[in-house]
Design a protein around this ligand. Structure first.
Ligand code: FES
Length: 390
């Protein structure tokens, strides 16, 4: 394996060279395009909850624990029974794979029609903590002889703990791989203000508004996104700003005067996370006699445990009864046609721009000192260098 120091905006680090990474790809004119949908995934059945949590607690992009191999394994084991019970309550598993496959199929159909020059397009799914794992999908793509691929994050707003982790996984795969790859890669890492995504969220809100009592004033719209530890935010992670940008655009597109706030769900552990939490916001609104609330998932593109259990059961049913409010929940974008079209336009624009990796993705968080991040950014930079040489 050959190594090269690559200049860039990252500062220091070592990366696999573009030539080595793309060996064989230079002369091969792309005849088709693979789209790798990246997400965290979820256990499809109860038996997969333990391995899912084990992988999650080993991920140092999400949490850095002392003796993480042992402590993470212990935490995963300890939490498995309670998390299994939650999955049992939503039907025995996460629907995230079902939705991602539907989205991928619809997306590629739309891409074939919008962009015949890069057709046929083929969807692949790469999950970080559940099957199909990113690593095994990458092996499949290599076996399939893919020549051109877009790594398309299914987290619309970027965080180093989500999209960043999936990209580290791709980088690790290629670092471990002994033979060179023939795939020409690019990364679509954030698209929180994509018009189709925003329009789909607006439609999902409009579906719910008529169901609130019309004589009690407008409901409060609570946009709820997965929370993030403050120590991650304070390193300069762009996630809160990018989620805010989505919220502002949704409200502007909705063109209404509904009151709204952005709140944060799914906190775990004792350290400080983004606030207010969705739970404390609901309690606070109830205390102020604001009794009609519309919960809107703003950072999830399909249904999974955070929407079906946390939003619908824990907040929409249990907490709503406890504090005396009415809560409705907007569906995730799922297979909404606006959303699928938005995703397709996003990929088409990305392919036309022909920039492998955006400057935002190349930059490390201002206070990040993690060697892993530096190495991955250096590797990403080689993708751009390779494109420029073509
Ligand atoms: Fe953001 Fe390292 S934590 S680049």
């Amino acid at each position: 394996m050959r190594w090269a120091l690559t200049p860039g905006i990252i500062g220091v680090g070592w990366g696999l060279t573009g030539r080595q990474f793309f060996a064989g790809g230079r002369s091969a004119k792309p005849y088709s395009t693979a789209v790798l949908l990246l997400n965290m995934g979820g256990p499809a059945e109860l038996g997969e909850v333990g391995p899912f949590l084990h992988r999650l607690f080993q991920d140092r992009d999400i949490m850095q624990l002392p003796m993480q191999t042992q402590v993470g394994a212990w935490l995963a084991k300890r939490r498995t029974p309670s998390i299994r019970a939650k999955y049992a309550e939503i039907g025995g598993g996460s629907p995230i794979l079902k939705w991602t496959k539907i989205q991928g199929d619809l997306l590629c159909k739309e891409l074939d029609s919008l962009s015949p020059s890069t057709a046929p397009h083929k969807p692949y799914v790469g999950f970080r903590y559940a099957n199909p794992l990113t690593r095994s999908t990458l092996e499949e793509m290599e076996r399939d002889g893919v020549k051109r691929a877009v790594a398309f994050s299914q987290y619309p707003q970027y965080s180093c703990a989500t999209t960043g982790s999936s990209i580290h996984e791709i980088h690790k795969f290629y670092m471990d791989k002994k033979e060179s790859s023939s795939i020409k890669w690019s990364v679509l890492d954030r698209w929180g203000t994509n018009p189709g995504f925003v329009a789909a969220v607006v439609e999902r809100i409009k579906e719910q508004l008529p169901h609130f009592p019309q004589n009690q004033g407008p409901p409060v719209i609570l946009f709820s996104a997965h929370s993030l530890p403050m120590k991650t935010v304070n390193r300069g992670d762009p996630y809160p700003v990018e989620v805010s940008a989505t919220v502002e655009l949704v409200m502007k597109t909705l063109g209404s005067t509904y009151p709204y706030r952005l709140v944060w769900q799914s906190k775990v552990g004792p350290i400080p996370w983004l606030r207010p939490s969705t739970e404390e916001a609901i309690k606070g609104l109830a205390a102020k006699k604001l009794r009609n609330i519309l919960l809107v998932p703003i950072a999830f593109v399909n249904e999974h445990i955070e929407t079906l259990h946390e939003m619908d059961i824990e907040y929409g049913s249990d907490l709503a009864k406890q504090v005396g409010v009415t809560i409705r929940r907007a569906q995730a974008p799922n297979d909404h046609p606006f959303f699928i079209k938005g995703m397709a336009e996003c990929v088409v624009n990305h392919l036309r721009e022909d920039v492998a990796v955006s400057p935002q993705l190349l930059m490390t968080c201002p206070l990040c000192t993690r060697e892993t991040c530096g190495k991955t950014k250096m590797w990403l930079n080689t993708l751009n260098s390779f494109n420029q040489k073509q």
